[in-house]
Design a protein around this ligand. Structure first.
Ligand code: DON
Length: 316
C-alpha cells in the first residue's frame, strides 16, 4: 500500500510475524541445486536456511541459521562496486564497466564478445573483475586490503577470508582468468588480469552470515550509513547508483522477473546468499544454498517475495 511504500517498516511485531511466515513458506520448497563448480561449495547443507531483516534504525529481526558463516561470492560485487564508485566517480565507472543487463549467464564469455569487449555491467563476472581492477590501491595487496576494509565497514564488523573456499576456487577458476584475459586483450582491464582475478577470488571468499547481509543492505538503504555503527561508508549518490545497478542486473538474466515479482534491488551469490534493499527502510539478508538455473537462492527468493508483499516494500 502507498503508506507502507513511503514510510518506515511496519511495527516490530508485524515484521517478526511476516519473517516467520516467509521462513515457513520457503521451507516447503525443495527445488534447486547447490553449486558445485567451486568444489568446496558442493558440500553445503541444502537445508541450511537463515533469514534476517535489519532496519535503518538498527533493529534486527532474525529467524533460522542467521549466524552461520558462508562465502559472500557474487554479493561482494555490489559492495566493491560501491567502493569503486566512491573512489573514482560515477561517470568513469559507467563508461568503463557499464550498467546494462547482458541477458546471459553470469560467467558468459559470449556476452563480452557480443558487446565488442565491453563487460556491460558490474554484477556479471566480467564486469566485477573489471571493477575490482579499478579499486584504489597501486598493488593487488593494497587493493585487497581496501576491499576487506570496505566490506567490513558495510557489515559493521571485521570480515574474514575462508581459506578453503579461496583455495578451492583458485584451483578451478580458469574461466574467470580467461574472462579477465579477454577483457585485457580488448584494453578493458586497467590492472594485471591474473592478479586482479586473485583479488576478485578473495573478495568472493569473504565469510558473512545472513545477519551481515541484512546490515550491509540496510547500509545501502540508508544512503551509505551503517545502522549499527553510524559509519558513513559511501555517499548517498553512490548508494543510489549501486541500487540502480542491482535493480537492472543483480539477479543476472532473471533480474526482470525478480523486479516484476519483488520490486526491490537485490544481489545473489552462488553460496546461496541473497541481499535485498528496501530504500529508506532496511535490508533483507537470506541464506539457503540450493539455487535456480541462473544461480539465485530458491528459498531466498521465495521468502523475499513474501516479505516484499506483506510488508509493502515494492518500490513501484
Ligand atoms: O566468480 C565466480 O564464479 C564466483 N566466485 C561467484 C559467482 C556467483 O556468486 C554467481 N552468483 N550467483
Amino acid at each position: 500500500d502507498q503508506r507502507a511504500r513511503t514510510g518506515t517498516l511496519p511495527h516490530r511485531s508485524q515484521v517478526d510475524t511476516a519473517l516467520d511466515e516467509a521462513y515457513r513458506r520457503a521451507l516447503s520448497h525443495h527445488e534447486g541445486t547447490v553449486a558445485d563448480y567451486i568444489p568446496v561449495l558442493g558440500a553445503a547443507d541444502p537445508e541450511a536456511f537463515g533469514l534476517c531483516i535489519a532496519d535503518v534504525s538498527g533493529d534486527v529481526h532474525e529467524v533460522g541459521d542467521t549466524r552461520t558463516a558462508f562465502s559472500i561470492q557474487s554479493i561482494s560485487k555490489a559492495f566493491v562496486y560501491a567502493l569503486v564508485c566512491e573512489g573514482i566517480g560515477h561517470r568513469e565507472v559507467r563508461e568503463l564497466v557499464g550498467v546494462d543487463n547482458t541477458g546471459l549467464p553470469f560467467n558468459s564469455v559470449m556476452a563480452i564478445e557480443l558487446a565488442g569487449g565491453h563487460p556491460r555491467n558490474p554484477m556479471v563476472n566480467a564486469g566485477a573483475i573489471a571493477t575490482t581492477a579499478l579499486m584504489p590501491g597501486a598493488t593487488p595487496e593494497r587493493k585487497w586490503q581496501l576491499v576487506i576494509e570496505g566490506l567490513s565497514r558495510f557489515a559493521g564488523r571485521q570480515l574474514e577470508l575462508d581459506d578453503e573456499v579461496y583455495r578451492s576456487e583458485s584451483d578451478t577458476n580458469d574461466r574467470n582468468r580467461a574472462i579477465a584475459r579477454l577483457l585485457y586483450s580488448y584494453g578493458r582491464m586497467r590492472a594485471d588480469p591474473v592478479e586482479t582475478v586473485d583479488v576478485y577470488t578473495k573478495q568472493c571468499s569473504l565469510l558473512v552470515d545472513a545477519r551481515d547481509l541484512a546490515v550491509m543492505g540496510a547500509t545501502l538503504a540508508d544512503g551509505g550509513v551503517n545502522p549499527l555503527t553510524g559509519d558513513q561508508v559511501v555517499s548517498p549518490e553512490v548508494s543510489r547508483d549501486t541500487l540502480a545497478v542491482l535493480a537492472s542486473a543483480g539477479l543476472y538474466e532473471h533480474s526482470g522477473e525478480w523486479l516484476y515479482e519483488i520490486g526491490l534491488p537485490g544481489k545473489s551469490g552462488v553460496a546461496g546468499g541473497l541481499v535485498t534493499v528496501a530504500p529508506g527502510k532496511g535490508g533483507l539478508g537470506a541464506w539457503a544454498p540450493p539455487l535456480d538455473g541462473a544461480g539465485n537462492s530458491v528459498r531466498g527468493q521465495i521468502a523475499t517475495a513474501h516479505l516484499s508483499r506483506t510488508l509493502g516494500l515494492n518500490i513501484f
